[in-house]
Design a protein around this ligand. Sequence first.
Ligand SMILES: [Mg+2]
Length: 146
Amino acid sequence: MRIYIDMDGVIANFDKAAKEGEWKHRPDLHVNYRNLEVINGAIESLAKLNADHEIFIASTPPWTRPEVWGHKKEWLEEHFPYLKRKLILTHRKDLLIGDILIDDSKYRGQPDFKGSWFWFNKDWDNRNWKACLEYVNNLNEKYEKV
Ligand SMILES: [Mg+2]
């Protein structure tokens, strides 16, 4: 299957950096995206997904901070070097063509993605990486039976 994976809130811990900052509004305009921590479980989970599927990273950088586009590329190559050249920056995730979108937001076209959208949120017990891998495996078995 072809799987798209969001960055912030799914593999990169944007929320932690946002809470640590002293900004009152729009942390996305201040956070240092180059230094975000990796979210628990993401390293192992993406390695597993990459073994069996075609995976891409699909991320929406703040439009007014072009330096973040480069920071996202550098961050990805540091933590997930095998995903070099697999980064897609877009504000329109509904335009992606594939089987699964793993994303924690609904404001960039995720609900209109033509495949299956796994609404990831690390704060919900049933929507973490463990649940996500089960979801992908279940869908994969369904496809293989067809
Ligand atoms: Mg996100």
